[in-house]
Design a protein around this ligand. Structure first.
Ligand code: DON
Length: 353
């Protein structure tokens, strides 16, 4: 059903009467150049508001606790942010709280690796096959022909991080952090407590790294690579920053707030297809079935989903399901995607009646 059909003028009037939420003054100017496919602000605003009240009391799921810091984070924190390709920013809830990006970082290190050495080389060195196994599975490394799986599971991500060039570990880490900051449109920072907490407990990732070495699928020192990977997972983002990183992907690699090209346009399809296949790990099939948008989760409680050409939605809520994906974030994104008709596989999302 088209947006026009779903919203009669009476509905539109009632939507316009809603109190605006989280409108950032800097975005008013940006609204003048309207993207042909970016959704109407009033509509997005009302959908975000509905989703927030519908799911704010949901208490399902449990904080990650294998990284001790994450077990202490307030489970009730809940924030939703949408950034559109024409730089409208709509947000609600705890959207200033800085949480660790965790596995969502893997998407951007993949983008950086492709920028440095070309997509073909990355594909050859890491591959892009869904594992159907938990994100930290050593069995996937042993069993799969590629041994890495894909750049979004821990093994493939550590392998991808090991591809980033630099004179030493610090130079590589700073390059990664700068790249993430460009995608977010502002300087991001390491949450030192998260890094320390994870570095003290990441024996499983160290084991994965050495297992990759056995199969010649790690391209720098295994311990150095795990350490840089642990730092990239400990970068702090709030929901708006994360949505802006997603909107950079939705906007063909150009950050909609700064106008800077961050990711090569030719790399976008590789990134989004990998997110669709593996972004929610062994929950990715169900996600594609119900939501139909490329997305990536992190055990910090964030999920970002990309509506190409339109925008990105980021949700932060710490309690996770068995696969390590935020329960509330999945529900909110599913709801918003249906309401805004964003599902990529839905014929009506591209104009069929
Ligand atoms: O390596 C880890 O286990 C964490 N730093 C990241 C895992 C993660 O976020 C999985 N995501 N849902």
């Amino acid at each position: 059903m088209s947006l026009k059909k779903r919203f009669s003028s009476a509905t539109l009037l009632s939507v316009l009467a809603l109190t605006p939420i989280g409108i950032f003054p800097a975005d008013v100017a940006a609204q003048k150049s309207v993207s042909p496919v970016a959704p109407r602000r009033e509509l997005v605003e009302s959908v975000v508001k509905e989703a927030y009240s519908k799911f704010s009391t949901d208490t399902n799921g449990k904080n990650a606790d294998y990284i001790p810091y994450l077990a202490q984070v307030d489970s009730k924190l809940f924030g939703i942010a949408i950034v559109t390709t024409d730089n409208q920013v709509l947000s609600m809830g705890d959207v200033k709280y800085s949480f660790s990006i965790q596995s969502i970082s893997k998407v951007f290190t993949l983008a950086l690796a492709m920028q440095e050495m070309g997509a073909d080389k990355v594909f050859q060195k890491v591959g892009s096959e869904p594992t159907g196994r938990p994100f930290n599975s050593p069995l996937a490394v042993v069993d799969m022909q590629t041994h890495t799986g894909n750049p979004l599971v821990n093994a493939g991500a550590i392998s991808t991080t090991s591809l980033i060039s630099g004179s030493d570990a610090n130079a590589k880490w700073n390059k990664i952090l700068d790249f993430y900051s460009k995608a977010a449109g502002e300087k991001l920072q390491l949450i030192d407590e998260v890094y320390k907490s994870e570095a003290a407990t990441n024996t499983g990732n160290k084991a994965l790294s050495y297992l990759l070495a056995k199969y010649d699928r790690i391209y720098a020192d295994p311990f150095e690579s795990v350490d840089i990977y642990t730092k990239q997972c400990s970068v702090g983002v709030n929901a708006v920053q994360l949505a802006r990183m997603g909107a950079t992907l939705a906007n063909n690699g150009v950050n909609p707030a700064t106008g800077e090209r961050v990711i090569k346009a030719e790399d976008i399809p590789h990134i989004l297809s990998t997110m669709m296949m593996a972004g929610l790990y062994d929950g990715s099939g169900g996600w594609a079935w119900t939501v139909g948008l490329p997305a990536k989760s992190g055990v910090g409680g964030g999920i970002v989903a990309i509506a190409p050409g339109k925008g990105a939605i980021a949700v932060f809520a710490p309690p996770l399901d068995e696969a390590g994906n935020s329960v509330k974030a999945q529900k909110v994104i599913e709801y918003v995607t249906q309401k805004l008709n964003y599902n990529l596989y839905s014929p009506s999302s591209v104009g069929f009646k």
